[in-house]
Design a protein around this ligand. Sequence first.
Ligand code: HEC
Length: 144
Amino acid sequence: MNLTRLVILPAVAAFLHMFAPLAVAQSAAQSLDFETYRTKVEPIFLKKRPPHARCVVCHSANNSAFRLEALPKGATGYTEEQSRRNFANVSNLVKPGQPTSSRLLMHPLSREAGGDLFHNGGRQFSSQDDPDWNTLASWVGKGK
Ligand code: HEC
């Protein structure tokens, strides 16, 4: 083996490694349906679910991995461009085809219903029968 090879191979490996997470995120977004996201899923993030605050109120402002665009003042929905950016972010929080392994679904779900230990935004969904939770699950479930 010559010296050039010894130097270049590890460099290539390190380079690929750097981009691997990006490739994974991209393939998740590719197998999830954007139209369903925009018309069915995203409205859930904007909807008031008493006694809880709306997802968008916290998640357009806080620093968690679930990051939504800020809604322009007075707007009741997102532009398509904003929805595309939200879609890209939200896709990182789900495992296509596996709703119950998806952070987006398990984090705000009540613990009794199988959800995570703690969500600062409360138990937004009290059971897996919640219609909105089901909409999220079916969107994720149809991805591959
Ligand atoms: C009152 C504010 C608030 C509301 C409302 C809220 N959240 Fe959160 N959420 C937080 C905070 C703060 C965190 C980060 C700390 C934690 O994990 O609890 C978080 C974390 C998360 C995470 C984990 C992100 C990560 O970093 O991995 C998900 C997923 C999530 N929220 C989903 C939702 C969904 C879906 C809704 C609406 C149905 C919602 N949240 C409503 C405050 C909120």
